[in-house]
Structure formats: C-alpha cells, structure tokens
Design a protein around this ligand. Sequence first.
Ligand code: HEM
Length: 322
Amino acid sequence: MALGVLTLLAVLLSKSIKKHAAVYYIVFAIPLALVAIPFIARLFGIEMFSFGRIPFLGGIIRDYIHAGTLGFPLLIIIMYIGALTPKNPIVIKLLGIRKELSILSGFPILAHSLIRVTNNFPGALNFFIDSEARGRAANALGAGISNFSFILGVLMLALFIPLWITSFDSVHRRMGGVKWKKLQRWAYVLYAMLFIHAMCIQVGSMLNPRGGGRGEARPAVEVTATTAETAHNHNNRANPESHGRAERGGRGNGKMAQPTAGAGNKAGEARPAGRGGHPQSLGFADITVGPQTKRYIHMGSLLLIFGSYLYLRVRKARVRKQ
Ligand code: HEM
C-alpha cells in the first residue's frame, strides 16, 4: 500500500518536488533530526523527551525507523525508474525527479540505520563472536540468519552513504560525470543487498519466531541480537526504538504475541448482526492473518518486487545492446 500511495504522490507532486526540492528535503529531514537529537543527547548522558510519543509525528518517526513504509518504498520506486524505459508519461515524470527521490529516501534510511546500528548491531556481532550467546538462541540457524542481516545492514549503510551524498548536485558537479556514473553502478549491489537484508529478516524470524532462549528470560542485548521477530515486531511500536527495549519483557522472554484475529473475527466469517438486524458488511480491515502467514505474504511480495525488477532491468539492458 505504501508503495502504491508513494508512487501516486510522487507522480502527482513531481512538478512541485522538482521546483521546491529544498523544501521537501527540509520536511523530510525533520523526523530524522527528531530521531538524531535524543540519540545524540543520550550519548552525552542527557535523557530527553522522546518525540516518538507525539501523536502523528510519532507515527512518522516510527515509520522512519522501521524503513518499511517510507524508506523502502522510495528505494523501490528509484530502482524501478532505472529499470523501466521512459515511454509512458508516468515513468517520464518519475525519471525527472529520480535524483530528488533518491535524496528524500536517505532521510528515513539514515534514521532506520542510526537506531538499528545502535540497537541491533552490537548484539549481532556478539552472536557471532560469543558461542554462549549462540547457544542461548531458541533456534541458532534462525538467529544466525537475522544477525547476518543486521551485519549486512551495516555494509549497506557504508555503501548507501556515498551514493546518497553524491546525489546532491553540488557534490555531483565537483566529482565529474564519469566518476559519478562509476560510483552509481554500486547502486545495483545495494539493491541486491537490500533484497537479502529484507529476506533474511523474514526467514530468520520464521525459523526463530520466539527469539528467546530455551524458555528462560534473556538479557536485553541478546534478545535484540537473536530475535528477528523482535527486530521485526511491527506490532510493538509504542516506542519507536523498541527493538530491544519494549520487547524485553515481551517476546524476548519467549512469549509470542498473539495474532490479532480472534476466533470469530476471521475473514469470511460473518459478524454479528448490526443495528436493525442487518449483518454488518466485511471490509479489508476485517481480514486478519497470523504472523506466519504475514511473513509468507511479505516474502512473496519481496520475491515479486525484486524478481520483476531484475527481469525488467535485464530486458532494458538487452534492448540497449541491440
Ligand atoms: C542503507 C542501510 C539500510 C537499508 C537500506 C535498510 C533497509 C531496510 C528495510 C527496507 C527494511 C524493511 C524490510 C521489510 O520490511 O521487508 C529493514 C528492516 C530492518 N533492518 Fe535495515 N536497512 C539498512 C540498515 C540497517 C542496519 C545498519 C541494521 C542493523 C544493524 C538494520 C536492521 C534492520 C532490522 C532490525 C530490520 C527489521 C525491523 C525494522 O523494520 O526496523 N538495517 N531494513
């Protein structure tokens, strides 16, 4: 849905984005700043009010941190613009603002990375270094896959930063076209890593859904490190930095969050009659699925998105060669 909405917005606002790019950058930079300021303050021992608690703004900050609803769809749009031939007006419009979209994608991605590097990376490293930590994982393979994806995330960040900085005109100009083009080819490596990162998070949490140790409550760092489910707990968004915090007392101790669907609230089951004896109609919001099904749907979408991207990109390259 986020991908659809953002594509539509990008097309509708393409002229405005091109004309007032700086305004969009400033607006997109605000949630990143609100993530970064308390983070930096904490480094100096100052505990600040968490902006994530502010209604609406907090939601945007959480979306920034989780990457799924803003950063990821923007990256997918950017990827696809490069794979499609600019023949139809929508692609032409998007192609005209590709650079601006790349810069915009950086703000949520940097917010995501900032929080994840501090919350997930140390534990991930520890998992591979410390055999005791590995032994405590409920499913070592699942935990290993999740932790591998976090380490890959850091490599992605190292690749993303130069690609992002060189998207700015002033840097691009100073660098020169040839060098710039050479560097931008690394974007394909980033896309491949992105697919592996997202897929491993899903596969890891599938193999290791509880994330906890063998029934015992576990220290927080390990919980963050070995729990892909924890890492991917989109339900637990009360605190945007929650991976490794809010979950500590939750899934981290081996308890799975229950699917939201109650027995009588599954797709296809009629609800009780509404006022006046008429049965209430069912909508999309009534369709609820368990966490495992969600993961299958998520992985299916990832395969579809990245698979069709690969097909389109290879096709475009072949056409160009002819
Ligand atoms: C350029 C850098 C990065 C990009 C582009 C990126 C991208 C993404 C995307 C798109 C997702 C959502 C996947 C999905 O829903 O299928 C995600 C999730 C996740 N990533 Fe990253 N990531 C980056 C860096 C990192 C780093 C450095 C870490 C940790 C060290 C990390 C840890 C996580 C975790 C724990 C999740 C699942 C929880 C969540 O949604 O926040 N990522 N990442």
